[in-house]
Design a binder for this molecule. Sequence first.
Ligand code: PLP
Length: 382
Amino acid sequence: MKIYLDNNATTRMAPEVLDAMMPFLNDQYGNPSSFHTFGSSLMEHIEIARQQVADLIGAFPSEIIFTSGGTESDNTALFYGIGADSGKPGLVTSVVEHPAILETAGHIEQTGHPLGLVSVKSTGSVNLNSLEELVNPNTGLVSIMKANNETGVIMPVKEAAEIAHKAGALFHTDAVQAVGKIPVDVKAEGIDLLSLSAHKFHGPKGVGALYVREGLKLNPFMHGGHQEKGMRSGTYNIAGIVGLGKAAEMGNCFIAEEALKTASLLEKLETGILKGCSGAFIAGASAERLPNTSTVLFKGVESEAVLTLIDLAGICVSSGSACSTGSKDPSYVLTSMGISATDANTAIRFSLSMYTSDQDIDYVLEVLPPIVEKLRKISPYA
Ligand code: PLP
């Protein structure tokens, strides 16, 4: 028995995606940059994928650069987005960003760039007043995530982009958890740079994209053989790129339908947990959230113990971001929302996908409440 509810860590690849990739892992093994037709004819498939990704986020294909995933897209956007337009050195981001942003921002600060960290409200949404206070004429780049990986809280990206632009700064969003789950429109939301990653929406791992608004000139992060118009050198991961394209195409077709189905399963899960487990509450409950994500805090019951017992029952969930699993530190996302460290250490994140079934949720609701209640009885904190 395996019930997989850890889709913000990674998703199962769609069979259609695997089928689309197979020829490029098999007999169509050429290098798209080669002179001969066997290799160069594959370039057409890269361009189809570029169009599919562009369509998913309302961009032009010429604005899409393929990368190795969200982390590389975030690093490129931050290292080379600052000052790309204006030469202004300041960077402003939020306290709840993924480590791919926060760690990168820390390194950038060490090289002499002023860094501002925007606070969040108790709902988990970024505090736009704090952003207004931190952005100044010296700010070159503002980076605010589209949706948080732990709480699923959707951020006011359009408003944040307006604040950045008013100060003459560029705006980047880490949309790794949003793309493929909710509609994202780079033009309507005023986004200059956007990161996405295939494995978060049923594509393969190790491939993603960076959207760079037309007219914006970024320095390349990877130097070498001049692929991607010199913006990202390295032999094309053609199977991965085709898989990303197929996942984007599927996301574009089914986003509304899947979001409705996932949201109704999530509501059933949340209602069942709140009813069955005394003292449970949901982080960011009053905020607009992704249709697939719920972080539940089981007051008085340490998440490590719950994780261990539900893992034995075949349920895969996490206590926060995949990167912090195994760490005893409370989630900085939750503590920055004003949740105490003790309560933050009781958090379990459930993240659903289009492959989650009604039976999966029924099973969790049957297994989880008795485990929580059993642990509560022996907990020193309860
Ligand atoms: N940004 C966010 C919000 C994420 O959740 C993740 C992965 O968990 C990343 C960036 C990193 O993406 P990747 O795993 O493709 O490097």
